[in-house]
Ligand binder design. Structure first.
Ligand SMILES: NC(=O)c1ccc[n+]([C@@H]2O[C@H](COP(=O)([O-])OP(=O)(O)OC[C@H]3O[C@@H](n4cnc5c(N)ncnc54)[C@H](OP(=O)(O)O)[C@@H]3O)[C@@H](O)[C@H]2O)c1
Length: 337
């Protein structure tokens, strides 16, 4: 089988190599991977910015979908031919997180999905919704589950709420789709007017270009009669956090997810406590969260936001596209292109 591995950091260092396909051991399942999606984390992992001490060589990418082709002894949960995706943290099945459940992240702690075949524990898989293509299903494990947890569990978004998304990447577009399913009003920021128009076509109620309007927190206040938003889906990190605190309402929630930007300004604690903000860190989610999200996706026939699909031998081009930030929603690697 063919696989990509990180022998040393850098996109151009990635190697496409041949290795015998793994045999599933007891309790494991062999999956033929049909599509893999890229997350910003995968880019940081390849660049050595996520974990400079990552054990190398490592197969990158947490998110893949494929078909079960062989079962190890004792497997009961999964059947040959089933369409599945891996769960991001292989040990977080359900319930609240703890340190042990958070070990075993694909494409980080252990080898990931950028390979033609992978052997995973039968418990580390979920069945994917029937209406989704392989490419669409591959977008779910990290970006989808993270957005689901931000909007549904941390934010408890409901009809009439205002939710703010930042940028138009994978997590943010999923958050837009989930917030609209729940009947919320969604405001968004982007570096691109063209991407804002695209987001409006799939439900964004109003948008602002953060390159032209750096004080977008004020814009959110204007859009909400001075009240502020119920939920900020925070992917910008240090560089956007102060604006998020400005934009959130008293008693609202900031779901802290991303690290896309930096700041030289000191962290503002004042607004956090004066506004009594609920600040919730999000780290993807459990298999139970993934299954709950899949039920909603199936019930509403939701189409995940696939922007471009690259052939397996063009992984480096796909990562460079992500680095340039020109994408809208998800970038995917299709194994059969
Ligand atoms: N904690 C978790 O569990 C978790 C899970 C998934 C992702 N993440 C993190 O969440 C972030 C987003 O991940 P992703 O995979 O969705 O990334 P992505 O698909 O690469 O999206 C990045 C997009 O964010 C926007 N952006 C960049 N800088 C921005 C800024 N300063 N303000 C507002 N928007 C900005 C840009 O959109 P425009 O071009 O529209 O401006 C860019 O295209 C990353 O930091 C990632 O590491 C965390």
């Amino acid at each position: 089988m063919r696989l990509w591995q990180i022998p040393s950091f850098g996109i151009d260092s990635l190697e496409l190599v041949e290795r015998p396909a793994p045999q599933p051991s007891r309790g494991q399942v062999l999956v033929r991977i049909c599509a893999v999606s890229l997350n910003y984390r995968d880019l940081m992992m390849v660049l050595g910015k996520y974990n400079p001490r990552l054990a190398l060589p490592r197969i990158p990418c947490s998110d893949g979908a494929g078909e079960v082709v062989a079962l190890g002894d004792g497997v009961k949960r999964v059947k040959i031919g089933q369409r599945v995706a891996g769960i991001f943290m292989q040990n977080w099945i359900e319930g609240p997180p703890d340190a042990a459940k958070q070990r075993g992240a694909l494409g980080g702690d252990i080898d990931g999905m950028l390979t033609e075949y992978v052997a995973l524990d039968e418990n580390g898989l979920v069945e994917i919704p029937e209406h989704l293509s392989w490419e669409e299903a591959a977008t779910l494990p990290c970006a989808g589950v993270t957005a689901w947890n931000a909007v549904v569990h941390a934010g408890r978004a409901k009809s009439g709420d205002t939710v703010v998304i930042q940028g138009t990447g994978g997590v943010s577009i999923f958050a837009l789709q989930f917030a609209k399913l729940l009947g919320a009003r969604v405001l968004g920021t982007s570096s691109s007017d063209e991407k804002l128009s695209r987001a409006q076509k799939i439900g964004l109620d109003s948008g602002v270009n953060y390159k032209h309007t750096a004080d977008w927190g004020k814009w959110v206040l204007e859009q909400t009669n001075g009240v502020g938003a119920d939920l900020i889906v925070e992917v910008g990190g240090a560089g956007t956090f102060a604006q998020s605190l400005k934009a959130v309402r008293v008693g609202g929630t900031v779901a802290q997810i991303g690290v896309l930007s930096q700041s030289t300004e000191p962290l503002q604690i004042g607004p956090l406590l004066h506004k009594q903000v609920h600040l919730q860190g999000i780290y993807v989610g459990s298999r139970a969260d993934f299954e709950e999200m899949n039920k909603a996706i199936a019930m509403h026939s939701l189409q995940p936001p696939v922007d471009q699909v690259f052939a397996f031998d063009r992984v480096q081009d796909a990562l460079k596209t992500m680095e340039a930030g020109s994408h809208f929603g998800k970038l995917v690697i299709g194994m059969e292109l």
